[in-house]
Ligand binder design. Structure first.
Ligand code: ATP
Length: 240
């Protein structure tokens, strides 16, 4: 890579009280990539995403996004710089309609025509949401709420999208749909994506590169295809 990374973590530590959840984590994401983090339960995958977006404070190291240091920048200041997270679980607004939830995703934008285009795009991607545009978010099924959370994030036209377990709780069919959408927004819109996913097999098939976390440390990084064919990775994370 000749260009600077879009996001770089260098020697990042993060703690919950006396539990050190991240130890000396370094990783890079280049514009246009899908990068995945795989690891066992409790390895620190979600903590990595939350540390990037400022919800968990790093206690050491540096985090650089789009050429600027962002360690210590409050979480709410990052979406307007194009860094948007879809957290694990569904955090939609239950008392707002589907349409209003989508509008909230675009609240930082002023380009009415672009917003309209993106609304049409997410309705094309998620026809179920279009059917239910005027229904309260809280009355959607779990899988539909998950889709709404992702659709709302897309409405912010993020430069870097952090996705934590997007297939959690989805049927295999819905999960497949979500993965297709992640591929589409990456390939067609050039959206850069950092993906944490319980299904390491699918995550490695989708991603360009991957990092393996073990008890808060990066133990391996490589092209996703290489990781996918690594017998030790297959044994430890792909259930072989
Ligand atoms: P999973 O796949 O199970 O979600 P993960 O790799 O995302 O796991 P994290 O949720 O980042 O792992 O957790 C990393 C470590 O930090 C774990 O040991 C966990 O118990 C601990 N941890 C996470 N959140 C907290 C918290 N709010 N308070 C204390 N410890 C926490």
């Amino acid at each position: 890579h000749e260009r600077a990374p879009l996001l770089e973590l260098a020697n990042v530590d993060a703690c919950y009280g006396r539990i050190q959840a991240l130890k000396d984590v370094s990783l890079k994401i280049y514009a246009g990539e899908i990068v995945t983090i795989i690891g066992a339960n409790g390895a620190g995958k979600s903590t990595t995403l939350m540390t990037i977006c400022g919800v968990v404070k790093a206690s050491a190291g540096s985090i650089t996004y789009d050429g600027s240091p962002i360690r210590g920048v409050p979480a709410h200041a990052l979406p307007k710089r194009g860094l948007v997270q879809v957290p694990e679980g569904r955090r939609i607004f239950p008392r707002l309609t589907v349409l209003e939830n989508l509008e909230m995703g675009a609240y930082l934008r002023k380009d009415a025509a672009g917003i309209r285009d993106d609304q049409n795009m997410v309705f094309d991607l998620f026809p179920k949401l279009k059917e239910r545009a005027h229904q309260h978010g809280g009355t959607l099924s779990g899988g539909e709420q998950q889709m709404l959370a992702i659709a709302r994030a897309l409405m912010g036209r993020p430069t870097l999208l952090l996705l934590d377990e997007p297939s959690l709780g989805l049927s295999p069919l819905f999960a497949k749909h979500i993965f297709q959408i992640i591929r589409t927004v990456n390939a067609e819109r050039g959206m850069t994506i950092l993906l944490v996913e319980q299904n390491a097999n699918i995550a490695l098939q989708m991603a360009h590169r991957g990092y393996v976390l073990e008890t808060g440390r990066v133990v391996l990084e490589d092209d996703a295809k290489t990781l996918l064919h690594n017998p030790e990775i297959r044994k430890a994370y792909l259930g072989e």
